[in-house]
Write a new protein. Structure first.
Length: 637
């Protein structure tokens, strides 16, 4: 690693991104602070505006010369690219109360029903309210991504692009030699010197070696933000191979460039976003027909799906997602039997005459692990899209046998537990253990609890029968009670006030929304009391969070907040209609809290549309509420 920086008093901006996001005091130790090491999180420090060496001296333009890696992958940009430009009457009651406009929302903790900050809710939930937390600004500025602001908490996070995937929190992998001792700031600085002065550069040009290395390093150092996790050393080994049948297919490389270019400080790379997409899409069609590259095509397609949904190109995203799901099923990614079976043919019942040799057998545990990780990321996109857009999902849980992914270290060391402790999503419904491993050791990381939460939410969103509702309620309560402590409670911020981490906010929002859905099934006359309680807890999370950026759940969070707002508006209008105006007033304040958060995401078109929808709900007739909770409205038929 580079030499340690000379000690000096800590200053504003020294904290790592994780501590800034969680709003806790950071010791600013390099290369990883004690807080991140303790939590097993990736520790990333912001790149300074003035890039220098660790001793404070400037970095020379030729001080770092990457060799061997990027020059071998130039084929990623050599293929031809087609330059295609993608492109009721309302009824009001006489005793309605005044509702401030969206732009002038002001809230306080008085809109919460529980004012005791020490009181916790059943199933180890967060406090319903947090007295003493600073009020959210009544007119918060709209968030606009600023890629040149190196003091940003997460400079390459873009909720508009990466809206469907929560942040990953699995243990951080080390970059392989010769990259492990290299500070990415050097590449960024070198790239700025080389390219930003060229303002006449056209969008569709071949990347230089420095640019390619910069984007790949940015992908892996920000991997838990950008999506698909893969084994880094294995990827670089492929990248350095002289055999074109071993090197990553250009579609995968361009998909990775696509996922990272928005986060690059180089304007010349950000301008190539559309070009990266078109190249990856065109090259993916070629890779699908090649047995040696079908897996690269599936991974690339998963990234393109995420990009399309985050760019609000939903129909194109649905088309691409359906293709990737069918491909992954055809090659058996959903029916991997265990974490150890390599070079073993799939069982006869999962073989198809046309596809039996289409995806070659994995040659190592790491190669098998890459397939397991890729499947679960595609699964997560599938489920999130199904919930957000109220559509049937593509993967069948009853058919799936692929185990949940483990820490990379277990695959690297061929851990003995690989053979005995596989955990599957269906284990959530096992009354004896649920998602707790039989050996007592936790093999899945915090991120992978997201799979379980999303699956429960999806199954509940199907509006099942009463018997199935009871089963899901038991599974949901067992799941929330078995969550790691770090995903259940509040934290003390740097200012000494209660707060909540982005990871906890994401998991709790999903599970609480699942509860809200569950208790409201077939309650079409009025909101269920338990559903309202879950909705108020979601508001408690927003109140503790203080800003709208819960990890990368972006669009998915917007859907959760809107459905919460819909329930609260319904209850408010019901109370108004019954003449209980005073009881209705707090619900107006609750909805204002959601609208302020949506204002902060107004650069995402879905958030802007949602703000208009919420405003219009206040004018809707009371009889129009509740139909969406009926089990007869089953989108599966």
């Amino acid at each position: 690693m580079p030499a340690a920086a000379k000690h000096r008093p800590l200053a504003r901006g020294d904290a790592c991104q994780s501590c800034k996001t969680r709003k806790i005091r950071c010791p600013a130790e390099k290369p990883a602070c004690a807080n991140c090491v303790k939590k097993g999180r990736e520790c990333i420090y912001n790149v300074n505006n003035t890039i220098g060496s660790t001793d404070g001296s400037p970095i020379g333009h030729n001080e770092y010369q990457p060799n061997g890696i990027s020059s071998r992958n130039s084929s990623a940009n050599n293929s031809p690219t087609n330059h295609i430009i993608l492109s009721g009457p309302s009824t009001s009651t006489h005793n309605q109360i005044h509702r401030p406009s969206v732009s002038n929302s002001v809230h306080s903790s008085s809109s919460f029903t529980n004012n005791d900050p020490s009181q916790t809710l059943p199933n180890s939930r967060l406090p319903l309210s947090a007295t003493g937390i600073s009020q959210i600004e009544s007119n918060p500025p709209s968030y606009q991504p600023n890629y040149n602001n190196t003091n940003s908490t997460t400079p390459w996070t873009d909720a508009g692009m990466m809206g469907m995937l929560p942040s990953m929190m699995s243990p951080v992998q080390n970059l392989p030699s010769p990259w492990e001792d290299f500070d990415i700031a050097a590449l960024i600085g070198q790239g700025q010197q080389v390219n930003d002065s060229d303002k006449t550069r056209i969008e569709d040009v071949e990347l230089t070696e420095v640019e390619r290395d910069h984007l790949l390093l940015l992908y892996f150092t920000g991997q838990r933000i950008f999506g698909i996790d893969m084994h880094i050393s294995s990827f670089y080994n492929r990248l350095q191979s002289n055999d074109p049948m071993i090197r990553p297919h250009p579609c995968l490389l361009n998909a990775m460039y696509l996922m990272t270019c928005r986060g690059s400080p180089l304007e010349s790379l950000r301008k190539q976003e559309k070009s990266f997409f078109l190249k990856a899409k065109h090259q993916m069609d070629h890779a699908i027909a090649l047995p040696d590259f079908i897996f690269d095509a599936i991974r690339a397609g998963t990234m393109l799906c995420t990009w399309l949904f985050g760019s609000q190109r939903h129909m194109e995203g649905l088309s691409m997602l359906g293709q990737m799901i069918k491909l992954s099923i055809a090659v058996g990614l959903d029916v991997i039997k265990s974490s150890i079976e390599i070079s073993v043919d799939p069982p006869p019942e999962h073989k198809r005459l046309e596809f039996k040799n289409f995806l070659r057998l994995p040659a190592s545990h790491l190669e098998l692990a890459d397939r397991i990780y890729a499947f679960w990321h595609l699964y997560l996109v599938d489920r999130c899209v199904a919930i957000a857009l109220d559509l049937p999902a593509g993967f069948n849980l009853e058919r799936m046998t692929t185990p949940l992914p483990r820490a990379w270290a277990e695959y690297e060391s061929n851990d003995p537990h690989l053979a005995t402790c596989d955990q599957r999503l269906k284990d959530m419904y096992d009354g004896s253990s649920g998602i707790i491993s039989s050996c007592g050791r936790q093999h899945i990381g915090e991120f992978f609890f997201t799979f379980c939460a999303v699956e429960l939410m999806y199954q509940i969103a199907l509006r099942p029968s009463k018997k199935e509702q009871d089963r899901l309620e038991i599974a949901l309560h067992r799941f929330t009670s078995n969550l790691p402590v770090g995903l259940r409670g509040t934290e003390i911020t740097e200012e000494g006030k209660p707060g909540v981490s982005t990871e906890t906010a994401a998991i709790q929002s999903i599970t609480l929304c699942a509860e809200m859905f569950l208790y409201q099934i077939d309650k079409t006359d009025k909101p269920d009391v338990r559903a309202l309680e879950a909705a108020r807890r979601i508001l408690g999370i927003l109140h503790l969070l203080k800003d709208a950026h819960i990890g990368d759940i972006g669009l998915f969070a917007i859907i959760i907040w809107c459905r919460t707002a819909r329930l609260l508006v319904w209850e408010c209008k019901r109370l108004e209609a019954s003449g209980d105006t005073f009881a209705a007033a707090p619900y107006v304040k609750d909805v204002q809290l959601i609208t302020v958060f949506l204002q902060q995401l107004a650069h995402i078109s879905l958030a802007a549309v949602s703000l208009d929808d919420i405003k219009n709900w206040w004018s809707d007739d009371l009889s129009t509420f509740g139909w969406e909770h009926s089990s007869t409205r089953d989108f599966r038929h």
